[in-house]
Write a protein that binds this ligand. Structure first.
Ligand code: SF4
Ligand code: SF4
Length: 699
């Protein structure tokens, strides 16, 4: 029995176990430290990123998203498997270290596990190893037999990662078997007469192996014990050193990635951290043009991606066949980083990041312009990987180089000269409100030195100039009038909010539009702002500074309904089935999900159904703002897909709360051949139609 209990005394390859295992430890730890140092090299050269504030908030997020695996159950089967694997790893981490040390110091016991806790912990680890092993088997079967579509790699993005995934899953399974065999061989030897038996957890993998080994000769058990330990050691260190070469690196980086994840996701990253707007003229080049222009945190994102495909599975651009799949924005950057910052050899100059196919760049221009900044990828990613900031930064780099799609050049020039993308005259901005008949039923002031108001209705370009969308402006004005709001508009003094211009990457133009609006808003003396456009809402709330608080009209309506100031007549079309489409910049970017639904549910007789993809899984209508002027390559329009989702839910009226959604959805209804069967209406329009006159409280 001596030899089975003392690994350090065993002799193999002319060395005692202690020397052999010590050498393996030193080699394993040394290689891992070297590889990690090499992986950190690009991060050190990356741009700065301020992620060191609010440590308690960050720790809370680590507890929620890392330890609590908060987002994983959004995909039930894969999520549950991952939670079991993760929990197993956490439990086994302490055991792995104590097992490693036992090879050189046979009597080592992890502090805290020497008393009663030891056997209890051993039982837990027996089950943990079993669960992790079973999860590996299930994961391999899923990959090989069920092949979830989101793991597939389209040909344009390279080869499938299945072999690598299976190799890694198999290694983890081997680790679990080796660990279990190590415990089982020892327990089987102890089962011989005269030994004190270490009990194993019933029906666990070590227990099953122990039962199988009961009649094995002691000398064979000794060899098995030693071999299992050696395989465990070698597999452990191989995994440790192999992981930084692929998707499994997230095992090491995920905790840090979540700790340093962006806290205020709705706020777009500045052009350069630490450089104020006033000093931007000193910045030599805007945006990301080379790999090193990414911030260190964005590079850490690249390392931390688990390649689970959830982001792309939810990306509307990917769903309609645009040349964009967020997962591969990350995978390609990670591959690039591994190639240009190799573990062996020197870092070398790389390819350009964005360009045409011939340029050998890693991203195509269309890929970068295809994003609608809808945020679905970020809402889904269990590792809180960021996309919008990276894509906007890549666009900033392209715009800085004068690389702007042809179709966008005209609207950008118009924004520069006229303050709106249509090139319409400023003096026409209030035309929607100035028609005599409308002024008679709903007077709308244009604010100036003589005409003041408490509330500014910020209309924004599309609602002010587009003939169809002007109906939303009039409905909004009537609602404000109805609830007795003392409000006005800026009229010709209002410029486009610049929301899309900024996300398009034109920071300087955005700043000019913003500054103009801020000045006009301040001069108007208003105390608060209301808008019916979620893009304007998002810009005023997050991109502007020093402006009064802003609300979306759906928030105002919901509040006034609760206060009893707005009452509704029974719904006009009682046979219709309504569904609410969450605009990205109201829902995902600002978490306004309930107010519009509460308003709809307050209309007597209105039947409402939810689409499968709703709330934070809402499907973008096709992109607001400048996306209306950009014609990406795609197989199907996003709006058409969305309209089909509404039809599948059994709805025949789509309610939204955004003029851009309205343009895309109404257009999609025609393209989908659903005219006459499906209609779209803005929440403000519906509310204005349904308001009961007895709740009138005209100002
Ligand atoms: S923001 Fe939306 S469109 Fe852009 S990559 Fe993410 S999911 Fe796709
Ligand atoms: S970015 Fe996140 S969601 Fe997308 S593949 Fe990577 S880990 Fe999965």
């Amino acid at each position: 029995m001596e030899n089975i209990q003392s690994l350090s005394q065993m002799t193999s390859w002319l060395a005692t176990g202690r020397i052999l295992f010590l050498l393996i430890h030193l080699l394993g730890v040394g290689c891992f430290a070297y590889i990690v140092a090499k992986r950190l090299a690009p991060l050190i050269r990356g741009e700065r990123d301020f992620r060191f504030d609010q440590p308690l908030v960050r720790l809370g997020r680590v507890l929620k998203f890392w330890l609590g695996q908060w987002k994983h159950p959004r995909y039930r089967t894969a999520g549950i498997i991952h939670i079991f694997i993760f929990a197993g790893f956490i439990v086994l981490a302490i055991r792995a270290f104590s097992v490693l040390i036992v090879g050189v110091s046979e009597n080592f016991v992890m502090p805290g596990l020497s008393g009663r806790a030891g056997p209890i912990y051993d039982i837990i680890t027996d089950y943990a190893a079993t669960i992790v092993f079973l999860c590996m088997v299930i994961a391999v079967i899923r990959r090989l037999v069920f092949k979830p579509a989101r793991y597939a790699v389209p040909a344009r993005y390279g080869k499938a990662h299945t072999a690598d995934a299976i190799f890694l899953l198999s290694l983890i399974a081997i680790l679990m078997v080796a660990d279990s065999l190590f415990a089982a061989a020892k327990a089987a030897a102890q089962s011989q007469p005269g030994q004190s038996v270490e009990s194993l957890a019933a029906f666990s993998l070590p227990w099953i192996l122990q039962k199988a080994l009961l009649s094995t000769a002691l000398s064979t058990l000794g060899k098995l014990y030693f071999s299992a330990y050696l395989v465990h050691e070698l597999t452990f260190y191989f995994l440790l050193c192999y992981r930084p070469f692929g998707i499994q690196f997230h095992v090491e980086t995920s905790l840090f990635n979540i700790y340093f994840a962006k806290l205020d996701r709705e706020i777009l990253k500045p052009v350069r951290w630490g450089v104020s707007d006033e000093h931007l003229d000193q910045v030599k080049s805007f945006g990301v043009k080379s790999f090193e222009d990414f911030t260190w945190k964005h590079m850490l994102d690249f390392y931390s991606c688990a390649d689970c495909g959830r982001c792309s599975d939810n990306c509307p651009a990917n769903a309609v066949g645009r040349p964009l799949s967020p997962r591969f924005i990350t995978v390609k950057a990670r591959d690039y980083s591994f190639q240009h910052y190799p573990v062996l050899g020197r870092a070398n100059d790389g390819r350009p990041l964005v360009g045409s196919k011939d340029s050998g760049s890693i991203y195509s221009e269309d890929e970068i312009w295809s994003c609608t900044t809808c945020g679905a990828c970020e809402a889904e990613c269990p590792l809180l990987i960021e996309y919008i900031d990276k894509i906007v930064d890549l666009r900033r780099g392209m715009v800085d180089d004068g690389n702007v799609p042809q179709s966008l050049q005209k609207p950008l020039k118009a924004l520069e000269s006229r303050g709106n993308p249509y090139g319409k005259m400023e003096k026409k901005k209030a035309d929607w409100a100035n028609a005599k008949e409308f002024q008679q039923i709903c007077p709308v002031k244009t604010l100036d030195k003589k005409n003041g108001a408490d509330t500014l209705y910020f209309v924004d370009s599309i609602t002010a100039y587009d003939d169809r969308m002007q109906s939303i402006a009039r409905a909004t004005a009537k609602i404000l009038n109805h609830v007795g709001e003392n409000f006005g508009i800026l009229g010709p003094a209002e410029r486009d909010s610049g929301h899309e211009v900024r996300r398009f990457g034109e920071e300087t133009l955005f700043m000019a539009l913003r500054d103009n609006n801020v000045e006009a808003i301040k001069a108007s003396g208003v105390k608060r702002i209301v808008t019916a456009d979620p893009h304007a809402y998002n810009a005023l709330k997050h991109d502007y500074k020093d402006v009064p608080p802003v609300e979306h009209i759906s928030q105002v309506i919901a509040r006034e309904v609760k206060a009893g100031k707005i009452k509704f007549n029974p719904v006009e079309n009682a046979d219709s089935v309504y569904t609410y489409h969450d605009p990205c910049y109201l829902g995902r970017h600002n978490q306004i999900y309930d107010d519009p639904r509460d308003v709809l549910d307050a209309i007597p007789g209105l039947k409402r159904v939810e689409m499968k993809r709703s709330r934070d899984r809402s499907f973008c209508c096709g992109g607001g703002g400048l996306m209306l002027f950009y014609e990406p390559k795609e197989e199907q329009r996003m709006g058409v897909k969305r309209v089909q989702m509404a039809a599948e839910a059994g709805a025949n009226v789509i309610v939204t709360a955004c003029p851009f959604c309205m343009v895309n959805i109404e257009d999609a209804i025609k393209v989908a051949g659903l005219e006459g069967k499906m209609t779209a209406i803005d929440l403000a329009e519906l509310v204005e139609k349904q308001i009961a006159s007895e709740s009138q409280t005209v100002a």
